[in-house]
Design a binder for this molecule. Structure first.
Ligand code: BES
Ligand code: MN
Ligand code: MN
Length: 458
């Protein structure tokens, strides 16, 4: 029997009454600098896990902080009844570093400014995790016939290196009928999106050392090799930075083109280049039409350089030739590319251009493409519309979430993306933020999704 419409009578009041607690809890969580990429923050990761575990326990969950070879996974379970359907919700609580000079305030001090919440991790992904948690409380308090499992990872931002071992060793524990992932962004405020695809990622660092120490560029210039210059040269051989076109032979060979129906769905999503540029504070872009831009983000691979290390960066110009340099690179992958083949192609090409460059393979995440039809996706559509009063667009996502492919491969159940972040929240950017509008609508969305799942088996 479906849950009666009256199951939602208390929802608006519940959401309004939860605001203070939500803000307190999110604030404390954001103030833990759980940066998984930086080994000096190991104790913060642990502190974050303990705090999150405490939250879950207070909300009525059975909690286990599951150790892995890397960072722990916080796992919570609320068992409502043996024959009820089970939903697992995935979020991550680790965050990106926050050393950008443009932060207007300390990134790990939580600031509430009206409806806006500022701090590293507020939108990626602590805010959505807390939103889901407050959604679960409504379902629990109102006796929804659904079992809920929460999976909170603590090394998503470093490519989920231990997540496979976590899933493999805890298959029975995490088993569910459907997995909801709340770690993606909308098209724009007011335009929800449910993606059905994620790009993969192959990271690598290039290292070049040509001599032992800094040397005078007057005495040695003209003879000495320059490692920064040589890395720049090889990067320019790998891709044309003005068009983005990758020149590594074979790079595009396995790309499965987006279908006409997909392109139409991208175009119907309400995406405009103008809003996109404003949200990301872009002054200009590569020369592209809206349709090309959508394809480039959702359905094409990339080669990007994220950082270069080497040489003199202090005030003025110090006339030395540096001995070594490093480039931090990643390639985004789309179906049917694989990380191993793509890395092999890149490695072979770079070596053929400059045999002295040492190439280190970094995080590897396969691309994901899921179905966007079926009862669980339809339920997701209805839940988003219920929470926000607007039908979601169906698009893919340009970013990557390592855990998703792992869950797909091992759990073999539908995965539905119920993300709550907005482009202007600034994923990975300075002044990252989240807001009450997304949180309050999100709580309603989750409550509705639980009811939808409950109805499905009853
Ligand atoms: N939440 C993002 C994934 C994402 C990005 C979804 C953009 C939708 C749009 C996730 O936290 C993330 O940033 N993933 C990293 C993974 C990488 C560090 C291995 C990414 O995509 O760069
Ligand atoms: Mn994220
Ligand atoms: Mn992220």
């Amino acid at each position: 029997m479906p849950l009666p419409a009256s199951a939602f009578n208390a929802l608006d009041t519940y959401v309004q009454d939860s605001r203070q607690d939500f803000e307190d809890m999110l604030g404390q969580l954001v103030e833990v600098p759980s940066i998984s990429m930086d080994p000096s923050h190991k104790s913060d990761i642990q502190r974050c896990a303990v705090m999150a575990g405490q939250y879950l326990q207070n909300f009525g969950f059975q909690v286990e902080i599951v150790a892995t070879p890397g960072n722990p996974v916080v796992f919570g379970e609320f068992h409502a009844g043996d024959n009820y359907p089970t939903i697992a919700i995935y979020n991550h609580l680790d965050v990106q570093p926050a050393q950008e000079p443009e932060w207007r305030k300390d990134p790990f001090t939580f600031v509430i400014d009206g409806d806006r919440y500022d701090g590293r991790g507020s939108t990626d992904d602590k805010g959505p995790a807390m939103t889901a948690l407050f959604g679960t409380k409504y379902a629990i308090d109102n006796g929804f016939p659904v079992n809920i499992k929460l999976i909170w990872e603590l090394e998503e931002e470093s490519g989920s290196p231990s997540f496979e071992s976590f899933i493999k060793n805890n298959l029975a524990k995490v088993k569910a009928d459907v997995v909801a992932v709340s770690d993606t962004i909308w098209i724009s405020r007011g335009q929800p999106a449910i993606p059905y695809g994620l790009r993969g990622l192959q990271g690598m660092t290039l290292h070049l050392e040509t001599h032992a120490t800094d040397i005078h560029s007057g005495t040695t210039g003209g003879v000495a090799r320059n490692p920064i210059g040589e890395l720049c040269k090889v990067i320019a051989e790998c891709y044309d930075a003005s068009t983005g076109k990758v020149k590594i032979p074979g790079f595009y060979k396995d790309v499965k083109a987006a279908t006409a129906a997909e392109i139409k769905s991208f175009l119907d999503s309400g995406f405009t280049l103008k809003k996109f540029m404003a949200a990301h504070k872009m002054k200009s872009t590569r020369k592209l039409t809206t349709a090309q831009a959508l394809k480039a983000i959702f359905a094409m691979p990339t080669f990007e350089v994220h950082g270069m290390v080497g040489g003199y960066t202090g005030p003025g110009v110090k006339t030395v030739i540096p001995p070594r340099a490093e480039a931090k690179i990643s390639m985004r992958l789309v179906p049917n590319m694989t990380t191993s083949k793509t890395f092999r192609l890149a490695e072979k090409f770079i070596k053929s251009r400059n045999k002295d460059i040492k190439i280190v393979r970094e995080n590897a995440l396969e691309p994901y493409l899921g179905p966007f039809t079926g009862p669980y996706a339809d339920a997701g559509r209805r839940a988003m519309e219920f929470g926000f009063g607007k039908k979601p667009a169906f698009t893919r996502e340009g970013g990557s979430i390592g855990a998703v492919v792992t869950m797909k491969n091992y759990l073999k159940v539908p995965i539905v993306f119920l993300g709550l972040s907005l482009p202007e929240h600034g994923y990975h950017a300075p002044n990252e933020n989240y807001d009450w509008g997304q949180a309050s609508g999100g709580m309603k969305m989750f409550a509705k999704y639980f009811a939808e799942i409950a109805d499905m088996k009853s």
